[in-house]
Design a protein around this ligand. Structure first.
Ligand code: ATP
Ligand code: MG
Length: 261
């Protein structure tokens, strides 16, 4: 079993504090969902875990099986078993999807231990088949001209090929049609097990109908303010976030303009 522990994490972007003490602990064999209003720091958390240079960790810690993740470069984090499916995957022209994945796999496996081309192709074919992706998508440039839904499906293909210990999936369900949502969920569910844990950021209970989470967390104002089981997501879907704010005495973070008394 592997464990990813985030303790009292504070993160700034361009001098503005976005994460204000996030605590979260994930084990492999668990699926965690994070929900929360727009702009509360969910993607910031994902980027901070992966080591995006723009996000400055000012205090707190992230450890993977006791190892200091914050001391690692981005590629070292990937090598250690962290994977991020971004909310807005970038397009990389000139690098084919298949080459990108093979390089990523080989970077992780290390020199002298590269995956054989045959084995790679066999596995890629198998996974693309599983995700109902047309074969030509392997030969297209990474994400270039991919539709929104194709990009998301491709992120799951990468996840299945790279087999990280922890997958952080930022709004993997956004922009997916119903059939694609089912396929993407099927891929994530296939990954579930001893060697894999998942943190899914989502706005909608709908995704959680297909992927039953073990834990659901609510993020507000840069903190995880509430955690529960699957039923918490259902309640949020039905009732929104106001009750959480009331329950916890959280004020809306509007600038005081003096206009309202
Ligand atoms: N480069 C930046 N400069 C200033 N503020 C930023 C920057 N990047 C992000 N922020 C702010 O950080 C806050 C958190 O953003 P983040 O993307 O983490 O939110 P989120 O919870 O993922 O929202 P959503 O549900 O809309 O995806 C937002 O208020 C955003 O405007
Ligand atoms: Mg976001």
């Amino acid at each position: 079993m592997s464990t990813l522990v985030i303790k009292d994490l504070h993160v700034e972007i361009e001098g503005k504090e976005i994460l204000k003490g996030v605590n979260l602990s994930l084990n492999t064999n668990e699926v965690h969902a994070i929900m929360g209003p727009n702009g509360t720091g969910k993607s910031t958390l994902a980027s901070a875990i992966m080591g995006h240079p723009k996000y400055e960790v000012t205090s707190g810690s992230i450890t993977l099986d006791g190892e200091d993740v914050l001391a690692m470069e981005v590629d070292e984090r990937a090598k250690a078993g962290l994977f991020l499916a971004m909310q807005y995957p970038s397009e990389i022209s000139g690098v084919t999807n298949a080459d990108f994945m093979r390089s990523a796999i080989n970077a992780k496996r290390g020199e002298g231990n590269e995956i054989s081309l045959m084995k790679f192709i066999r596995e890629l074919d198998e996974k693309m088949d599983y995700l109902e992706m047309p074969e030509e998508m392997g030969q297209r440039y990474l994400n270039e001209g991919f539709s929104g839904g194709e990009k998301k499906r491709n992120e799951i293909l990468q996840l299945m090929m790279l087999k990280p210990k922890f997958g952080i999936l930022d709004e993997i369900d956004s922009g997916l049609d119903i059939d694609a949502l089912k396929v993407v969920s099927k891929g994530i569910n296939a990954m579930r097990g001893e060697g894999f844990g998942c943190l899914m950021i989502t706005h909608y209970q709908r995704l959680l109908n297909y992927i039953t989470p073990d834990h659901v967390h609510v993020m507000m104002q840069g903190r995880v303010v509430k955690s529960g089981g699957e039923e918490l997501a259902q309640k949020l879907e039905a009732e929104g976030y106001d009750w959480v704010k009331q329950e916890l005495g959280i004020e809306d973070e509007e600038e005081t303009t003096g206009q309202e008394a």
